[in-house]
Design a protein around this ligand. Structure first.
Ligand SMILES: [Zn+2]
Length: 205
């Protein structure tokens, strides 16, 4: 009888995970649909791209150099027009521009990430451009020679398109914005984005 009572007690006790078992990580909280990212450490970056946001992870710059050579061999100019951005710069691009244009944060978030939530903070994301500068940061870039070259070859070099046409993230189509996932560290950085909102084209795991 005592044995039966003990069994009953055990059955009623809440199931506890075994000691030392790894708990599944919860996805981080998003802001206006965008995932959080840390700024790359300064010593991981070097000047490479155009304009004021010209810093890029050194190992990514090496890869992009090879891509530019390969594109050039096919008669295509591939420009790296915007790379690493600090949280401070992104603060202006999000809240400063929203104020100028009279946009709500929700409206702004469809075309820009809030500070602390841009893939550009990581030093692994690049906005590419074509020889025709009129397509810079425009959806027409997708149809330009550089845009077409990236769609055909970007993944071969470890780059994937973060915000494709069919993204469920609520961010508009950005054919110019590619993230590098060619190293374990880069993949780890984008693990949630890759799981929740897969790129297209995407680098296979
Ligand atoms: Zn971008």
């Amino acid at each position: 009888m005592r044995r039966l009572a003990l069994l009953l007690l055990c059955a009623l006790m809440p199931a506890l995970p075994p000691a030392g078992a790894a708990r599944a990580e919860d996805p981080p909280e998003r802001l206006y649909g965008h995932l959080p990212y840390d700024e790359a450490p300064a010593d991981a970056l070097a000047a490479f791209c155009e304009g004021s946001s010209n810093l890029l992870r050194k190992e990514v710059a090496q890869v992009v150099k090879v891509m530019q050579e390969a594109a050039r061999a096919e008669g295509v100019t591939l420009r790296a027009i915007s790379c690493f951005r600090s949280v401070k710069t992104q603060d202006y691009l999000f809240y400063g521009i929203a104020k100028k244009r009279g946009q709500t944060p929700e409206e702004r978030a469809k075309v820009s990430a809030p500070p602390g939530h841009s893939e550009h903070h990581t030093g692994y994301a690049i906005d590419f451009g074509d020889a025709n500068r009129k397509t810079d940061l425009e959806q027409s870039f997708g149809k330009s020679p550089a845009g077409q070259w990236l769609l055909a070859h970007g993944t071969e070099y470890g780059f994937e398109l973060s915000f494709p046409k069919d993204s469920t993230q609520g961010v508009s189509y950005e054919p110019w914005h590619w993230r590098y996932v060619g190293t374990p560290e880069a993949r780890q950085t984008f693990r949630w984005a890759r799981q929740l909102f897969p790129a297209n084209p995407a680098v296979p795991d």
